[in-house]
Design a binder for this molecule. Structure first.
Ligand SMILES: NC(=O)c1ccc[n+]([C@@H]2O[C@H](COP(=O)([O-])OP(=O)(O)OC[C@H]3O[C@@H](n4cnc5c(N)ncnc54)[C@H](OP(=O)(O)O)[C@@H]3O)[C@@H](O)[C@H]2O)c1
Length: 225
């Protein structure tokens, strides 16, 4: 596909490399798209890993042009409801987003969803969620920890640590008399997020119909019993 990439920070070059490895053509790569950027754009899709200040404008400009859109930018949750409602009114919108495009976190989420549907299995278990990230990360708890906790609330809540260069670690601990279970996810490098975003792009582009929603609803489909 011909892809316009928005975001030239830490993630930008990694996404460019993964897109090209997967055979896509990056026809434009900017940090802050201007009016002229959109006017002359010869792309089929947009991948945005930039800044929340421009998410709304990017969503509107992309979907109005029928471009397939993957949003990896974080921090725009306050606008999610209104943008989603607007996008759903468009007949051909194809847009997905996630604050964590790691495929391992997607599996993590799926396990917690399964447990959430079977609360009797957790009777007598104490639970806690721990997340660790590099010292530059400003928000705590991480958006991912909040999402995991929203799926299956940990009885002891979320503990956040900021240390060194940890790319991202999330642990869900289950403890009961005589045994423990731990679900641990570690991201070792940022390419994980780029690979997941490109995977989502390819899934989204292959859809015959419109789709507006977070990537877990794009990728996790309920199967018949
Ligand atoms: N979904 C995921 O899996 C995932 C994974 C990693 C990161 N992220 C998110 O992806 C985004 C980019 O991450 P990054 O690490 O590449 O960030 P970064 O290094 O800080 O780069 C930010 C990019 O956004 C642009 N930008 C546009 N408007 C901006 C503004 N008002 N303030 C600051 N920057 C602005 C910057 O352009 P200039 O160079 O012109 O400043 C730059 O290209 C962030 O929202 C991050 O949280 C998501």
């Amino acid at each position: 596909m011909r892809v316009a990439l928005i975001g030239t920070g830490r993630m930008g070059p990694i996404l460019k490399q993964v897109l090209e490895e997967r055979g896509h053509q990056v026809v434009a790569h900017v940090g802050r798209p201007s009016e002229s950027f959109w006017a002359g754009l010869q792309a089929q899709a947009v991948v945005d890993f930039s800044h929340a200040a421009q998410t709304q404008a990017i969503v509107r400009a992309s979907l109005e042009r029928n471009l397939v859109l993957v949003t990896g930018t974080t921090g725009w949750q306050a606008q999610e409801e209104s943008l989603r409602t607007w996008a759903k009114q468009l007949p051909h919108a194809r847009w997905t987003w996630s604050s964590n495009f790691s495929r391992g976190i997607l599996l993590f989420q799926l396990v917690l969803q399964t447990l959430q549907k079977q609360p009797h299995l957790l009777e007598g278990w104490d639970t806690a969620l721990v997340e660790i990230h590099h010292h530059r990360k400003k928000d705590a708890p991480s958006g991912t920890a909040l999402r995991l906790n929203a799926t299956l609330p940990a009885l002891r809540g979320i503990t956040s640590l900021r240390v060194g260069e940890v790319v991202g670690e999330h642990r869900y601990l289950f403890s009961t008399l005589g045994e423990e279970l731990e679900i641990l996810h570690r991201a070792y490098d940022r390419a994980v997020f780029a690979r997941g975003a490109v995977w989502a792009l390819e899934r989204l582009a292959s859809l015959g119909s419109s789709f507006v929603g977070p990537w877990e609803s794009l990728l996790i489909t309920e199967t018949a019993p």
